[in-house]
Design a protein around this ligand. Structure first.
Ligand code: SR1
Ligand code: MG
Length: 401
């Protein structure tokens, strides 16, 4: 792996992360600080540091390559700037839903931020059947506010064009273009397909021209529809939560894209959590409760988004045409349609692509795992192909069926 110190950048170790934090006066020089590298994502180093009195902080540092692949896939360090700037911008709209940024360092490509370990990573907790009553509502509010206020309806339209220059994010967009919208739909080496699933994938994914056409259209929306500043990777591993709080981390994939992408990514991951429940050796009653709760969250994310976005549209719109009867309804309907298709792609790529998820991978029983993955592919296809999923109730029905 590259440890080059080009332009002064050096990847941190636990010891140098502690030295760095002391140098920034987060801890005193003589203090005993405990450090751990806790990054379980695909791209970055994440250090959690705990001082003598229990005060904690996070240092997140970008590596110059994709950690999950190695230095054969170089990645810009500029994503650290993008992430910390987006956290700061989003913090002005939904401060209660993002971690506080304490310090950024563009040379070291790192951000020092609030530690959130009093909360749980939603993906892990949902897997256990934990119930987060406000999660869907929080993500509905998060997406409505962050996306409306960075769109041509919620901000000065010339300022938006300037902002787009700051968040042109080609390296990270390339990851999504390939891993989300392209590779899983062809027989390429980077895919990871369980042996028992290969025949199904060949027949029902790679050889289905109607499906490929739907995916091509969804990808084109992602490539061209620069509606708002997206989080860009809003899956359940990017969310910390408990019964009352929600915090969304990791917006390093941010760029100006289609509003439905963040909502669809989140919905797709709730659907994955729902489908994978059938694979776990939990009691039937617990599994049913977990599934019902996930169904509620799928509905509440969309209902909250729809309500809040429509209210923002009415009260804060800068576009002179905004009050034309029917325009807001039409626009919101288009966001929903996009979200449903993006959710379909997310289900498929998390099942057979490069970036698999522990929801499925942790299913111990081989047959149950195959059954859950087959169901995910079937539901993903249905979301991409159906023209009848007009409501969040219909979305839930498609996931449950
Ligand atoms: C090479 S990165 C693989 C995946 O991890 C990130 O969280 C994104 O979801 C990306 O597609
Ligand atoms: Mg991430």
């Amino acid at each position: 792996m590259s440890t080059a110190t080009e332009h002064g950048y050096t990847p941190l170790t636990i010891d140098t992360a502690i030295q760095y934090a002391k140098g920034q006066s987060y801890f005193t020089q003589n203090e005993e600080v405990y450090g751990e590298e806790i990054g379980d994502g695909n791209l970055n180093l994440v250090f959690r540091l705990t001082g003598q009195d229990g005060q904690r902080l996070i240092i997140k540092q970008a590596l110059p390559y994709a950690k999950v692949i190695g230095d054969s896939w170089p990645l810009t360090l500029d994503r650290a700037r993008i992430e910390s700037e987006v956290l700061t911008i989003y913090g002005t709209y939904v401060p209660e839903l993002v971690p506080k940024v304490l310090h950024t360092d563009s040379v070291q490509a790192l951000t020092v931020m609030e530690d959130l370990s009093h909360l749980q990573i939603a993906r892990k907790a949902l897997k256990k059947g934990d119930h987060f009553p406000v999660l869907g509502e929080a993500i509905g509010r998060y997406t409505a506010h962050t996306l409306f206020f960075t769109s041509d309806f919620g901000m000065n339209q010339q300022d938006k064009k300037q902002l787009q220059k700051r968040f042109c994010n080609p390296d990270l967009c390339k990851i999504t273009e390939e891993l989300f919208f392209t590779d899983p739909f062809y027989d390429v080496e980077s895919n990871s397909i369980d042996e028992g699933l290969q025949a199904y994938v060949k027949e029902h994914i790679w050889n289905d021209q109607t499906l490929l056409f739907a995916v091509a259209k969804a990808k084109y929306q992602f490539l061209t529809k620069a509606e708002a500043l997206l989080h860009g990777d809003l899956h359940t591993g990017s969310i910390f939560a408990d019964e009352t709080q929600t915090k969304v981390i990791d917006p390093e994939f941010a760029f100006f894209g289609p509003v439905g992408f963040d909502i669809g990514s989140f919905l797709g991951n709730l659907a994955i959590a729902h489908i994978s429940q059938a694979g776990y050796a939990t009691a039937d009653d617990d599994r049913q409760t977990a599934k019902q709760s996930l169904q509620q969250q799928m509905m509440s994310v969309w209902k909250t988004f729809e309500d809040e976005y429509a209210t923002l549209w009415q009260n804060h719109n800068v576009e002179p045409h905004a009050s034309i009867p029917g325009w807001s309804e039409k626009h919101i309907e288009a966001i929903w349609k996009d979200a449903v298709r993006f959710a379909g792609c997310e289900l498929i790529r998390r099942t057979i692509g490069l970036a698999l998820v522990e929801d499925f991978e942790s299913i111990a029983d081989k047959d149950r795992k195959l059954a859950a993955k087959t169901a995910a592919l079937r539901v993903g296809k249905h979301l991409l192909l159906s023209t009848n999923i007009h409501t969040s109730e219909a979305f839930v029905k498609a996931v449950v069926s």
